[in-house]
Ligand binder design. Structure first.
Ligand SMILES: NC(=O)c1ccc[n+]([C@@H]2O[C@H](COP(=O)([O-])OP(=O)(O)OC[C@H]3O[C@@H](n4cnc5c(N)ncnc54)[C@H](O)[C@@H]3O)[C@@H](O)[C@H]2O)c1
Length: 340
């Protein structure tokens, strides 16, 4: 088991990698706990913290909405939650984002923690203290920076994760490695088949390699003023693809990384051979690498990106596998970059 600590602006939190979910009781002590989970996890793990009140939301991204936020707030009231209540998010990134935002705002703030259950949540969404919900089709427009008191990561729960959701998490792991670690990138390419076959040791190893990359970036830039923006590699295009609907976050990130890789090549920062390595790894995880997009079609949605400042965007370019940088680029210039 590895323990890391993230010091936030107002609070700090511990992240335990490789701890059994049953051990969560030792972190909770005798506090009044309410579990927030989704309907899949509720059915799959009925005995998790047996006897603890549960709020169950539909297992869909649509639960990160203002209406579902209000519904959860009302259920907290009905359950008699007060400031001494601890809210525990048990689920994927949808649950952790919603749980963190509810906990940040109910009665001006409850203590909260996560037991993330999807690969995406274990290597990305549960780490870093960004909480949030969507505003119509625009992702994470309403939210807070607030570190959970703890994140308990138990890779054994990934055995029940459907294949499509496993691949979604792989997209975020590929992103971490692409921007920060050529060695882990190579490891992922070598082990793609066994990871997709859910080899338990390799999944645990994947989490052990990927989660600390995000932790380290966040530790150095909790409020995303600088290098934390690198984690948005592929996300400007990805969120624009996602806004059109019909594709999961991971698929959009995978396709967005490919487009950002092409843009990096066009801009002259990425070599053809490193672009090919990116393409090969994304393709090894079964993502559609052939779908065509035009910059002009995506630019409208990219203009709504939270990383914009006036008419420029902090765009993440890949310099080589394992190294990325932030480039300020105008929307007009970005619209001209050939990503076809
Ligand atoms: N806050 C952040 O920093 C951050 C970063 C990246 C992504 N996100 C957010 O994370 C969300 C995506 O996360 P996600 O992919 O985990 O989506 P999700 O929470 O919707 O989970 C995907 C599906 O997997 C199921 N699932 C989860 N764990 C399971 C398990 N162990 N066994 C069986 N089924 C399981 C869920 O029920 C759901 O059907 C998006 O809303 C995205 O915006 C947030």
């Amino acid at each position: 088991m590895e323990k890391h600590t993230i010091k936030g602006a107002n609070s700090s939190g511990d992240i335990f990698i490789g701890m059994s979910k049953e051990e969560v009781s030792s972190l909770l002590g005798d506090r009044n706990v309410i579990v927030l989970t989704d309907e899949h996890l509720n059915l799959l793990y009925p005995l998790f913290l047996d006897g603890t009140p549960r709020i169950v939301v539909p297992a869909t991204e649509a639960s990160k909405s203002l209406s579902q936020y209000e519904a959860v707030m009302n259920q907290l009231l009905e359950l008699g939650a007060d400031r001494s209540t601890f809210l525990l998010g048990f689920g994927g990134g949808m649950v952790s984002d919603l749980c963190g935002f509810v906990a940040s705002t109910y009665m001006r703030g409850l203590d909260f923690g996560y037991v993330p259950t999807s690969l995406l949540a274990q290597v990305d969404a549960s780490i870093g203290g960004k909480t949030g919900i969507n505003l119509s089709s625009f992702k994470n427009m309403i939210g807070t920076f607030n570190q959970p008191e703890f994140v308990l990561i138990d890779p054994s729960v990934l055995q029940t994760l459907p294949e499509e959701d496993l691949r979604d998490g792989c997209a975020e792991a590929i992103k971490h490695f692409a921007i920060k670690s050529a060695e882990d990138f190579k490891w992922m390419q070598t082990n793609a088949e066994q990871i997709l076959a859910k080899d338990p040791d390799l999944l645990a190893e994947l989490v052990r390699r990927a989660a600390p990359i995000k932790i380290k970036i966040v530790q150095q830039d909790v409020l995303e003023k600088g290098d934390r923006k690198l984690l948005n590699f592929g996300h400007s295009y990805g969120h624009a693809i996602e806004a059109a609907g019909g594709k999961s976050h991971g698929v959009c990130v995978a396709q967005g990384m490919l487009l950002a890789g092409r843009a990096s090549k066009e801009i002259g920062s990425l070599s053809e051979s490193d672009y090919q390595r990116l393409y090969d790894l994304i393709s090894a995880f079964g993502f559609d690498t052939e779908e065509k997009y035009l910059a002009a079609d995506l630019i409208g949605a990219i203009k709504k990106d939270k990383k914009k400042q006036g008419d420029t965007l902090a765009f993440i370019v890949l310099n080589k596998i394992g190294d990325a940088s932030i480039k300020s680029i105008t929307f007009d210039a970005l619209a001209q970059v050939d990503i076809s």
